[in-house]
Design a protein around this ligand. Sequence first.
Ligand code: COA
Ligand code: ZN
Length: 312
Amino acid sequence: MPDRIQINEVSPRDGLQNQVVHLSLDEKLELIDALVAAGLTAIEATSFVSPKAVPQLADADQLFPRLPRPERVSYSALVPNVRGLERALTAGVREIAVVLSATDTMNRRNINMSLGEARQACIDVMTAAGARGLRKKAYVAVAFTCPFEGKVAPGRVIELADEMFANGADEVVIADTIGAANPREVSSLLADCVERFGAGCLAAHFHDTRGFALANAWAALTAGVRRFDASIGGLGGCPFAPGAAGNLATEDLVLMTEQCGFETGVDVAKLRLAVAIAERLVQRSLGGRTTAWLQAQDLKEQCRRDNAGAAF
Ligand code: COA
Ligand code: ZN
């Protein structure tokens, strides 16, 4: 049996939270429909944060109850505080994500809390969510480098991950929020995490700021990680973390891992349709590193069909 990769598609949340063009509710649903049609079964749909902080996602309460195929897709939402959890519960959310940045300054910039307050907020949200039977993910953000405090010690990340697991996290996502990690750092930290916590409850989240996202994903994969966040067309980035360019593109991750014999359950042709929809909606061109190659294959196929047609 092929080794399975679980992709958590984050374009509706991480992807849209910093776009200049704000999508309407129907446009978001159109995008999510296309993601589901492409075979994605885990999607981070939105966040229940302050609408003043992230106006792009202010419609979370209306969006969540309208998400397509909830019986087939695990939809999650980011929740920063108990107030956000209450909104999420009302909207029918069954899986939440809390975000704990590894440094004090990043927590202050992102959620206006010190590191200590952020740890407590994550614990409070997970405890309340656990009591309601929700699945809980905890992100350790800026796990390699913080845009304000520089390099983050791996020991700090392990300590925070440990604390999140001890307080009910079902999964910890190690996140290179600004795309500053290199494959050697990723191999080392994720191998340590896998050894300590096991691969089944770990995931990785990369950004492609320096073009290393795919190499970093491969480093995580060889360390044993099988769960990855990705975003179609590389759409995304945190508005509160300077230097955070787009995410690891889903099509890049799918193409690479499938060619290496892994199974993702994602249909690349339909995924490209989703990228085209996202491009139309955010009104700019998107695309992972494999896009040019995929387009060249389309052209070849078109020529082959045209030539075959000419023969008759
Ligand atoms: N949902 C909606 N509104 C919320 C909220 C939530 N989860 N939490 C707080 N608010 C509202 C408050 O009611 C208050 O509204 P008001 O100004 O109309 O009275 C306002 O937001 C400020 O609340 P306060 O508790 O003082 O929070 P804050 O200003 O310290 O901000 C956060 C803290 C966490 C709410 C805010 O920083 C935030 O939402 N950050 C999101 C960060 C993010 O999404 N980052 C990207 C992903 S990692
Ligand atoms: Zn991100």
